[in-house]
Design a binder for this molecule. Structure first.
Ligand code: PHB
Length: 562
């Protein structure tokens, strides 16, 4: 599932001519971004030039602009999307209110039923997942927020198609004709002709019943039942699905056993959605930042691309985050951009299908915004996020940098960037050491609640690994308290003679310590004071950069530490 985005996949585009007021550079910039995302978030610039069919100089300027905004970078000959680009998808998810408002009840329902529960929205003739509460089971497919699959393959698709117009059905049939296997969708699913043949009938049944079943349309064994959740205006806002496996349920027995509970959960969700407060406003300093970038990059900065992307993010909490849509005035205020600029951006975004105009002069983001890198990067892990920041760190300190997480009472390395200097220890990803004798271990233990910290100290056999290893439980407990206060740990030759290391925590959005990073060095290289003075500042900078990426990527997705 990680490299499911293949080279040959097509990127749907609108075939209609742009309206007069549409902004050309924004159209071209978004095309580059979309193609880079469709290639999995990494593509050689020359291939990208071929994909998008634009001049090399245009693609270069767009990439410079995306890099200046922190959304992409160049890695040799390749353009790479960075986790920060996920803030565009986050803006849609925030504005839709769905994960924020309905995620918690979906999670509770999953706990109660002990089955996976997901939320999905219609996206043209596809089903787009916006929240997932998975149970760990032996299922080969798990969709994540951002994933898009053909409507005919999942239970929510039949529900959404129940409202399709004649034209929608024509478009669906066209797509089936031009794309019988569904490869224009980023996630390859085994072909299923039965799901296609029965789709119109299932849509009619869904209209009649108010629920829809998936009897192994995605893969053998996987069954699901879905029900629509309506917004205050009685339009379907999303569908909630309960997903199980034929080892526990047939599609029919799943429906029989959960439909009543699902119905009451949906009624609660509809009440919650109707009474949800709009998201809080966040003032935007972006307009100022954009002027500075324009100044810095000169003609390489495609200002109308930057502004268009900024308008997208203004829909999030800043634009009032209302699922009912945002007004031009609110978006201009939230973005700090002129009304006329916002208006032309909106016209362009609407033409491309990323914004829809509602009645009452309101605008709303569409789930298609998740194609700007959110879906492509949705499977990023914490070590993948950390890696380039650890590389940067080693260039600053010329010593090895690592990331580790707690595994029981041990630490386990999940990322390591070795400096060229040869160390006596051969540490690779997966290596474990006892937490009590390591800098990262003490950082991780100091991040535990006091009771958990005390339990590890009590449990661990504090054996002396060198003559310096702290083996007294009282002393270790005091060091962990100190670590919590200091926000860093220096361990001097307690794991191995001659090895000194300094570590800091990496925290998630909620402030929990989810990993530690360190720099390890030979004890001869620096005194303890020098290590603190020279290594701690760049170490803290690297941690802050990892956290910044993690907080964007992890806003709506659980980020795995392994
Ligand atoms: C899922 O959330 O993984 C899911 C939902 C509905 C389906 C199949 C899978 O029909």
């Amino acid at each position: 599932m990680t490299d499911h985005l293949t080279d040959h996949m097509t990127v749907p585009t609108t075939s209609l001519a742009p309206p007069d007021e549409a902004v050309g550079p924004l159209i071209r910039g978004l095309s580059v971004l979309r193609h880079l995302a469709a290639a999995g978030g990494r593509r050689s610039v020359s291939d990208l030039v071929r994909d998008v069919g634009l001049a090399r100089s245009t693609v270069d300027r767009v990439l410079s602009t995306l890099a200046a905004l922190g959304y992409a970078r160049l890695d040799g000959q390749e353009a790479v999307l960075t986790p920060r680009v996920m803030e565009l998808g986050n803006a849609y998810l925030a504005a839709s209110r769905l994960p924020d408002v309905l995620g918690p009840p979906a999670d509770r329902l999953a706990d109660e039923l002990d089955e996976s529960v997901s939320l999905a929205v219609p996206d043209h003739d596809g089903v787009r997942f916006v929240h997932q509460a998975p149970r760990r089971r032996t299922m080969s497919v798990t969709f994540r927020a951002g994933d898009l699959i053909p409507a005919e393959r999942a239970a929510p698709g039949a529900l959404f198609a129940a409202d399709w117009s004649h034209d929608d059905w024509l478009r669906w049939r066209d797509r089936r004709a031009s794309d019988p296997g569904g490869p224009s969708f980023p996630i390859p699913l085994p072909r299923n002709d039965k799901a296609v043949a029965s789709f119109e009938e299932r849509a009619a049944e869904a209209r009649r019943d108010g629920w829809a079943l998936d009897d192994q349309m995605i893969e053998p064994g996987l069954v699901a039942v879905a029900m629509p959740v309506h917004d205050g205006a009685r339009r379907p806002a999303c569908a909630v699905s309960v997903v199980s496996h034929t080892t526990r349920h047939s599609a029919r027995s799943l429906r029989e056993s959960v439909v009543a509970r699902l119905r009451s959960a949906v009624a609660d969700m509809e009440r919650t959605l109707a009474s949800a407060e709009p998201a809080h406003r966040r003032p935007a300093a972006e307009a100022v930042r954009m002027r500075a970038l324009k100044h810095e990059l000169g003609p390489d900065f495609v200002e109308s691309l930057a502004r268009g992307l900024h308008v997208l993010t203004a829909f999030g909490p800043a634009g009032g985050g209302s699922a009912g849509g945002s007004a031009l005035t609110a978006l201009a205020q939230a973005s700090g951009l002129a009304r006329a600029t916002v208006r032309r951006s909106l016209i362009t975004l609407e033409h491309l299908g990323y914004v829809e105009a509602l009645e009452g002069r309101l605008f709303r983001l569409t789930p298609r915004v998740l194609d700007f890198g959110f879906a492509a990067l949705s499977r990023l892990t914490l070590p993948q996020i950390a890696r380039r920041h650890l590389v940067w760190l080693t260039t600053q300190v010329h010593d090895s940098a690592s990331m580790a997480v707690l595994a029981g009472d041990d630490i386990q390395y999940v990322a390591r960037v070795a400096a060229s200097r040869i160390m006596s220890m051969d540490i690779t990803v997966g290596t474990r050491f006892p937490a009590y004798a390591t800098s990262m271990g003490r950082v991780l233990l100091s991040g535990l609640p006091p009771a958990g910290r005390a339990a590890v100290v009590r449990r661990s056999r504090l054996s002396p690994l060198t003559s310096r290893t702290v083996t007294s439980p009282e002393r270790l407990a005091a060091l962990l308290d100190q670590a919590a206060q200091d926000g860093h740990v220096l361990v001097d030759q307690e794991l191995e003679d001659g090895l000194r290391a300094i570590a800091v925590p990496v925290r998630d959005l909620a402030g929990n310590v989810v990993a530690a990073i360190n720099v390890s060095m030979h004890a001869d290289r620096r005194t303890e004071e020098e290590a603190r003075a020279q290594v701690l500042p760049p170490l803290r900078t690297a941690a802050a950069r990892i956290e910044a990426d993690l907080h964007v990527a992890g806003r709506y997705l659980p980020i795995s530490a392994g």
